[in-house]
Design a protein around this ligand. Structure first.
Ligand SMILES: [Zn+2]
Length: 82
C-alpha cells in the first residue's frame, strides 16, 4: 500500500492506518496491507504523518487504499497540505 511493490500475500503485513495507540481500531476501513519494510518504517506513526514526508507513498496510498474510511483518506490529503 505504501511502496507499491507487489508481494506474495505471505510477505504482507496488516497495518493500522490510524495506529491502535492513537485510537485506531480493527475495522476494515482502518486496515491496509503493506510490506514488512514499510510497516517497520511507519512504526507507530499515523499514516497521514508518515505519508506527509513520503509523496510517492502518499500517491500510492490514495490510488490503492480505496477501502479506507473517507475521514482517514481526508486526513492523508490534508496532512500533505500543511
Ligand atoms: Zn512496502
Amino acid at each position: 500500500m505504501y511502496c507499491g511493490v507487489v508481494y506474495p500475500v505471505t510477505e504482507l503485513t496488516v497495518d493500522h492506518v490510524q495506529p491502535r495507540v492513537r485510537g485506531g481500531d480493527h475495522s476494515d476501513g482502518n486496515l491496509v496491507t503493506c510490506c514488512r519494510a514499510c510497516n517497520a518504517a511507519k512504526g507507530g506513526e499515523a499514516a497521514w504523518s508518515f505519508l506527509s514526508r513520503n509523496p510517492q507513498m502518499r500517491a500510492n496510498f490514495l490510488k490503492y487504499a480505496t477501502g479506507v474510511w473517507p475521514r482517514l483518506r481526508r486526513a492523508v490529503i490534508e496532512a500533505a497540505q500543511d
